[in-house]
Design a protein around this ligand. Sequence first.
Ligand SMILES: [Zn+2]
Length: 252
Amino acid sequence: MDRRIYKLPFGKDKAPDWICPTCCNGVLRIMDNTFHFEERTLSKDAHSHEAWEPEWIEYVYSCLLRCSNDACGEIVANNGIGSVDWYSGYDNNETPVQEWDEIFSPRYFEPHLIIFKYPDETPPEIASEIDQSFSLFFSNPASASNHLRISLEHLLTFLKVKRQGTKKGKRFFLSLHRRINLIPIKFEGLKCMLLAVKWLGNAGSHAKKEITNDDVLDAYEIMDAVLREIFDNKSKKAKALAKKINKKKGPK
Ligand SMILES: [Zn+2]
């Protein structure tokens, strides 16, 4: 996963190589004459303030992106915010000068980007929460993380981990932490990864610490590995093959 394309701001002529969410193959490119940005009203009003500096500038932008894969040609709508960034350059007399450029950060994509490709066999209730997480990734990392945590609850249910316990004859809901500890023995090796996703989801739910895009990307990387381990047919086939070879202690 190239994290830079999901984290760094971009110039209006240099959009990152976002991957097309429809074919997952082509790269999204800004369509000619569709990138529009304007300075926000409060930002414009602030120019008259005696302490005003270009760093105060706030833009909003919108554009259309088209997939570079001609066989696909998907169109994606994108919008977000902008500001200015200083850089060092030279004027016509080759005197060093500080100049500034507009930079932009996405907030929404429609359809949303696919930040990691989960296996086709992933059950729909798990996939749906991951998709909701992707759709909120740029605008609300805490909510994105929370949806991933819900997908984890669904995953445990799929693995037949019980949701409720009983104490003195009364039923109660088990915490996610306890459920992870009840995971079937054959998935025991995933426990540490599931707990990590849970801790990141906790931060998203309870706001003990502000959750960043990087934290959510950490959770995506771990969840990607977990889902491949459980649902990816290729990995299952390779394991079954390895099992047969090991049993024969040689070619099968
Ligand atoms: Zn495409």
